[in-house]
Design a protein around this ligand. Structure first.
Ligand code: RFL
Ligand code: PHB
Length: 390
């Protein structure tokens, strides 16, 4: 089998890359380890930056997103018995975010690829990147009982943090930066309308909690938990008790309960792989970098990488220039480090660190109070939250 760009992974990065390349007249094949139902139902991100929404709409993916996505003009931060609203309209000159589940983005992308007869192979196994430094790289994989080979001009490694693409770059060719946080997030999807029109981030004495949503009928909540905890440690009653305690800081506000549709625990990590290119292998999205979800940046970053990679590949095919491909790692990493910093900052500000001293707690509260009092501090948070590109 032959294509111009072989793409490993059918997450937001791989599918969007394939879609944009198609619109630019470049052929690709996407190889995905899991089945279609699995990738379409994986509950993950929910917040899209303004730039992400604009990009998806520009490439014809806005129809359902603009109809069903919930536009938000602010977020609320709770701490102590206080509440502070970050007003995006006022602080960013009218930018905002859209709440639309990652699995909905995935469904839209798969539908678009299939409508255009795109080649998407699910359930592939034993994927290997071959000869990335040569002019004729290929991807070897197993599909059903067959050993197969995909010859291509370029390979896009969009296979997430646990994929094979990054691992196929020799250790001496990359530098990795890694931080593991001493807590995880327990997330639940709930069959109940959201209890607030906007997301609520809470720094409570018992630890972090977040109230979010997916639709007018479904809410999404998270609580900080110890990283070694398992789902069995958290029966429904224990989750609700922690959520009520951490979120209900203001008189008169209560969190609505409902049937729990899904439960999962996510470890928290910041990770950046420098470089994002090894010969004709290009990394995009979580394959190259991950952030803790506190800033809601992971999928947005994956999409920003794809925007740059698709332009670089288009330039290469249209006029033979590799200037943008050469600049790809540097251009992406500038955006990546900004968001890595923001996600780390939000995480540090809002969580209870094990062994945290009273001094450290006071520093958090002092910063939260500064945020509440200073429009400049709130504007900095708002600008990063809705997406700061440079
Ligand atoms: P993905 O989505 O992990 O997709 C990678 C795909 O590659 C496949 N794969 C392979 N395929 C073939 N061969 C192999 N050897 C393979 N190994 C893996 C996988 O099956 C998968 O289909 O990476 P991508 O495309 O880079 O997208 C990244 C995003 O998924 C991720 O950054 C976000 O989900 C992060 N994230 C959030 N991002 C936001 O922008 N806003 C949010 O509000 C937000 N909230 C979140 C989040 C992530 C969370 N979890 C569960 C990690 C909330 C949570 C709880
Ligand atoms: C979500 O709705 O899943 C969500 C919202 C905000 C975050 C992370 C996740 O920071």
């Amino acid at each position: 089998m032959r294509t111009q760009v072989g793409i490993i992974g059918a997450g937001p990065a791989g599918l969007l890359l394939s879609h944009i390349l198609h619109l630019r007249g470049i052929d690709s094949v996407v190889l995905e380890k899991r089945d279609r139902t699995y990738v379409e139902s994986r509950v993950r991100a929910g917040v899209l930056e303004q730039g992400t929404v604009n990009l998806l709409a520009e490439f014809g993916l806005g129809e359902r997103l603009l109809r069903e996505g919930l536009q938000h003009h602010g977020i609320e931060i709770r701490f102590g018995a206080r509440s502070h609203r970050i007003d995006f309209d006022e602080l960013t000159g009218g930018k905002g975010i859209t709440v639309y589940g990652q699995q909905e983005v995935i469904k839209d992308l798969i539908a678009a690829r299939l409508a255009a007869n795109g080649r998407l192979l699910f359930n592939v196994d034993e994927v290997r990147v071959c000869e990335p430094l040569s002019e004729n790289p290929c991807i070897r994989f197993r599909s059903g009982d067959e050993d197969r080979r995909l010859d291509c001009d370029f390979i896009a490694g969009c296979d997430g943090f646990h994929g094979v693409s990054r691992e196929s770059i020799p250790a001496e060719a990359v530098t990795c930066f890694d931080r593991t946080y001493p807590f995880a997030w327990l997330g639940i999807l709930v069959d109940a309308p959201p209890s607030s029109g906007e997301l609520i981030y809470a720094n409570s004495p018992d630890g972090f909690a977040l109230h979010s949503m997916r639709s007018p009928a479904v809410s999404r909540n998270y609580i900080q938990c110890p990283p070694q905890d398992r789902i069995e440690d958290w029966p429904d009653e224990r989750i609700w008790e922690a959520l009520h305690k951490r979120l209900e800081m203001l008189p008169g506000w209560t969190l609505g309960e409902g049937g729990i549709l899904e439960k999962s625990i996510t470890p928290m990590r910041s990770f950046v792989c420098e470089t994002m290119r090894y010969g004709r292998l290009l990394l995009a999205g979580d394959a190259a970098h991950i952030v803790p979800p506190t800033g809601a940046k992971g999928m947005n970053l994956a999409i920003s990488d794809v925007d740059m990679l698709s332009r670089a590949l288009a330039e290469r095919y249209e006029n033979g220039s590799e200037d943008l491909l050469n600049a790809y790692p540097e251009n992406c990493l500038r955006q990546v480090w900004r968001r890595v910093h923001f996600s780390w900052h939000m995480t540090s500000l809002l969580h209870k660190f094990p062994g945290q001293s009273e001094f450290e707690r006071r520093l958090q509260l002092a910063e939260l109070e500064y945020l509440r009092k200073s429009p400049a501090a709130s504007a900095a948070l708002a600008e990063n939250y809705v997406g700061f590109a440079f």
